[in-house]
Ligand binder design. Structure first.
Ligand SMILES: C[S@@+](CC[C@H](N)C(=O)[O-])C[C@H]1O[C@@H](n2cnc3c(N)ncnc32)[C@H](O)[C@@H]1O
Length: 240
């Protein structure tokens, strides 16, 4: 029966897709993927491009999700894209929707899923998980995300950071995602947060791609605030 599959394509390295994800992509009639505007490539699509057999003529549909915090624009966007998805699936096609990392961590998939469940309840939806950026990073830098009784906080850096100092008091590890362009502010807050100077501090940018950058030091050693400037960046700080 045709349906929709939300697929996590992992952090950027095509070798880090699950076997199940590869099979689903290769069996799809239509491959959908998010992009921030029509002229920009879809990162999720670029991760899997080497797996797509062009002779199969699979339809590729880029869904546009503008980078905005305007709730009204976002809601309109989710509705429009869910409608496009629903029409393709209800026409009898096997549709997959690609998303970077895992579909259930800060992903456009979450809004698609909610809208489709509510407005198109007959559509059969399944999800294939993907490798999350912070775990890729942990294996590259050799830093555990959590041990024993440790607590972890995951913070989206592009929003209000006023609660970070309080959260820092209760966390052994803090993972900052969503936008390296905000990491200067994160570093300022961390330095005032009571996290000890000997804490591990690591930053990764464009993990799994040929432009990958990884830096590791202690929090006390951080003096260059411009450590990363790109959206696809992750920052981990951990008490030792
Ligand atoms: C919208 S969130 C998507 C998270 C994704 N669903 C996951 O499971 O990792 C995008 C953020 O994830 C992080 N991220 C995802 N892939 C990354 C990569 N290859 N390198 C560095 N950071 C990445 C960055 O913090 C980026 O701003």
């Amino acid at each position: 029966m045709p349906g929709l599959i939300g697929i996590g394509v992992g952090p950027g390295d095509p070798d880090l897709l699950t076997v199940k994800a590869v099979k689903a992509i290769q069996n799809a009639d239509i491959i959908m993927c998010p992009a921030s505007n029509q002229d920009r490539p879809s990162i999720a699509l670029s991760v899997v491009s080497s797996l797509i057999d062009k002779s199969k003529n699979q339809e590729i549909v880029k869904l546009i999700f503008p980078m905005t915090k305007d709730k009204h624009v976002l809601e309109e966007t989710w509705k429009r894209n869910a409608k496009i998805m629903s029409e393709k699936v209800l026409s009898g096609k096997n549709v997959v929707y690609l998303t970077v990392g895992d579909p259930y961590l800060y992903s456009t998939w979450i809004y698609m899923y909610k809208d489709l469940k509510e407005n198109y309840p007959d559509i059969k939806i399944t999800v294939i998980p993907g490798i999350v950026s912070m775990f890729t990073f942990a294996s590259k830098v050799g830093v555990s995300i959590a041990e024993g009784a440790e607590k972890v906080a995951i913070i989206p850096s592009c929003y209000d950071l006023s609660s970070v100092k309080e959260i820092a008091k209760h966390s052994e590890t803090m993972v900052f995602l969503k936008d390296g362009r905000y990491f200067d502010k994160v570093i300022e807050v961390l330095k005032e947060s009571g996290f000890p100077d000997n804490s591990i501090f690591a930053i990764g940018q464009d993990l799994g791609t040929e432009n990958e950058i990884i830096k590791k030091m202690t929090l006390g050693e951080v003096n260059d605030n411009n450590l990363t400037t790109k959206y696809f960046s992750i920052l981990v700080v951990k008490r030792v």
